[in-house]
Design a protein around this ligand. Structure first.
Ligand code: F6R
Length: 615
């Protein structure tokens, strides 16, 4: 939700900021803006409704000089997307410009006080309140910008990552964070970069400091990074080395990031397992399980908290952990869990799953679990994000930056980590036979090659896709391990093609949804060979008997289903519990090709943002 980028140093700021915004555009794309301190000492703000390309067009005839600037790409929360509500916002005198990611919860109260003092507002955003408040405090008390920010943030309730430029101090950017991410990059020439995540910074430096909640940083080229809190106590965020390649941040010849990321999955899952499964493929080692063995193997219960696609991965994790480790598992939407006053025991283990590591609801669920004394374990992709820092231990999925808004490789990475975790715990608890454990570990290492085979269905799916573009509704059916795959397939279609879709456990259909079935309704059934296969065939027949049009995802060698299905997509065989990883591939491709046929912007679906940092 909203992307922030900033630069101060000796280089031209504008090209760095625009490139940074393009990298962050997945976080929001309804409007964008930039503030620059020009060579003449002016503080120029340019904003445009729409994408970063619209901002570039708007800046074509403007003064874009200067070596200090901040920029923003917006996902609207308060106020419609237009150029007035876009960031940066000027202060009343025009001396300050500010960008913000987050929500200021008490902005109405603060605004009323400022309006009563005669301070004019241009936008209807919560953000403008911040810049007016900071300037008012600064001018009426003759404070420095840093001091004014500290006083102002004492009055603010909510989530923020902010950055501020002051026309009178062109050599300084002040930035701060509370519950919204902010990373500072330390350049080799004493220059500074700042951004919502490391992707806009990686091109210029590999040294970054992830700010912590409550940190306020002062960036002045040639000087040490200064970080204090609102009470002016010095803070020491760790400077870390990041390992992001430019290739990971670019489309590499694919028309969309989503397609690139779908095709990256075999390599990503190899990366995910590397160093964790030994060369002989008979043992899994997860350092988190070694370090916290007793806590984990003695868990009375596991609660998985997550949102969206990560929640679907959690549903698969539940089946894996319950069947292999015999520990009861509950899977909760983080947004419900955090407000539900749930029963949490100190010997519960809470597993938080998140690609971005910044999802506000998942973070709040972690906080609640920790307060109740539970042990919290994270499964994340974004290195150094808030969730890995707020959990006691965890496992990174290591699939590289995911930029397409629809999650693909992160989902299969999450399921792969959950598979490794379940196997590891089962082995430690003695709930799996040694031979079975080895057989499963071996099979897991074969999954990347099987994904390569599954990806060969791309052309067939591309040919099939136009048939489904007319559909207003689609049904996805699966059972057992494939039920979450059906949910995930339906979510993928909804979010990028805007076709309504529902995922359902196939046998539940006759309790209601079967009434929807007619010849207009495409039904996608995941019918791979498992212990429920015959039952799924019966479910397919129930659909066919009502005129439904079935596309079945089947295992190679299947000869039965083609008699009942209009189309079949064939996948390599694997163990039942790993089938979700493979079966997700054709559903990701289907959603992708249907959306492309409908002319949709696959990487930037309407109303969505990659990182949901507001609740
Ligand atoms: C869907 C999708 C979302 C995310 C959800 C949670 O394709 O990407 O449903 O899964 O917003 O995000 P993370 O995993 O970053 O916590």
């Amino acid at each position: 939700m909203c992307g922030i980028v900033g630069y101060i140093g000796h280089k031209k700021a504008y090209p760095i900021l625009i490139k940074g915004l393009q990298r962050l555009e997945y976080r929001g794309y309804d409007s964008a803006g930039v503030a620059l301190i020009s060579e003449d000492g002016d503080l120029n703000v340019y904003k445009a409704k729409g994408k970063v390309s619209d901002l570039e067009a708007c800046c074509e005839d403007k003064d874009i000089s200067g070596c200090a600037g901040i920029a923003h790409t917006r996902w609207a929360t308060h106020g419609e997307p237009n150029s007035t509500n876009a960031h940066p916002h000027y202060s009343a005198s025009g001396r300050l410009a500010l960008i913000h990611n987050g929500i200021i919860e008490n902005y109405m109260t603060l605004k009323e006080k400022l309006v009563a003092l005669g301070i004019p507002f241009k936008s209807v955003t919560d953000t403008e309140v911040l810049v007016q408040l900071i300037e008012h405090i600064m001018l009426s008390n003759e404070l420095t910008l840093l001091e004014a920010v500290q006083v102002a943030l004492h009055q603010v309730i909510g989530a923020y990552a902010i950055a501020i430029l002051d026309r009178k101090h062109p050599d300084t950017i002040v930035c701060a964070r509370q519950s919204s991410p902010l990373v500072v990059g330390l350049g080799a020439d004493g220059d500074f970069y700042l951004a919502s995540d490391a992707s806009p910074i990686a091109e210029y430096t590999d040294k970054v400091a992830y700010l912590n909640d409550g940190d306020i940083a002062v960036l002045q080229p040639g000087k040490e990074l200064k970080v204090v809190n609102i009470d002016n106590e010095t803070q020491h965020p760790k400077v870390k080395q990041i390992d992001i390649t430019l290739g990971q941040l670019e489309k590499g010849g694919y028309p969309f990031f989503m397609l690139k990321e779908i095709f990256e999955q075999p390599a990503c899952l190899r990366d995910c397992m590397r160093g964790r499964i030994n060369v002989g493929a008979d043992r899994i080692t997860l350092s988190a399980v070694i370090d916290y063995r007793e806590k984990l193997i003695n868990a009375r219960r596991i609660i998985i908290v997550a949102c969206g696609t990560s929640w679907h991965a959690g549903l698969i994790g539940k089946q894996l952990i319950e069947s292999l480790c015999r520990i009861p598992v509950e899977v909760e939407y983080a947004s419900e869990f955090r407000y539900r006053d749930p029963v949490i025991y100190p010997d519960d283990v809470v597993i938080a799953i998140s690609q971005s590591g910044e999802t506000a609801d998942t973070l709040a669920a972690i906080e609640l679990a920790r307060r109740a004394g539970a042990f919290v374990f994270g499964i994340c992709n974004a290195i150094g994000a808030s969730i890995p820092r707020q959990t006691q231990t965890g496992v990174y999925i290591h699939v590289g930056p995911e930029i397409g808004v629809a999650s693909t490789k992160a989902f299969t990475g999450q399921v792969t980590v959950l598979s490794m975790l379940a196997l590891c715990l089962a082995h430690e608890r003695g709930t799996i036979r040694a031979e079975h454990y080895k057989e499963m570990v071996r099979e897991l290492t074969l999954i990347p090659a099987k994904l390569e085979k599954a990806l060969e269905s791309n052309e067939q799916i591309e040919r099939l896709a136009p048939i489904f573009t007319y559909a207003k509704n689609c049904l996805y059916l699966g059972r057992g391990y494939n039920y979450p795959v059906a949910l995930e397939g339906a979510l993928k279609l909804k979010e990028i093609s805007y076709i309504h879709a529902e995922g359902y456990p196939a046998a539940e259909m006759k309790h209601g949804p079967i009434a929807l079935i007619d010849s207009e309704m495409p039904v996608f059934v995941i019918a791979t060979r498992d212990h429920l296969y015959d039952k799924v065939i019966s479910n397919i027949q129930e659909v066919r008997a009502r005129g439904g049009r079935v596309t079945a995802i089947v295992t190679e060698g299947d000869t039965q289903i083609q008699k009942f299905a209009d189309h079949i997509i064939v996948l390599p065989d694997t163990l039942e519990c790993f089938q979700p990883i493979i079966a997700s591939i054709p559903l990701q491709l289907l959603a992708y090709h249907i959306a492309v046929c409908k002319g949709k912007d696959v990487d930037r679906p309407r109303n969505l943002a990659k990182s949901v940092t507001v609740e």
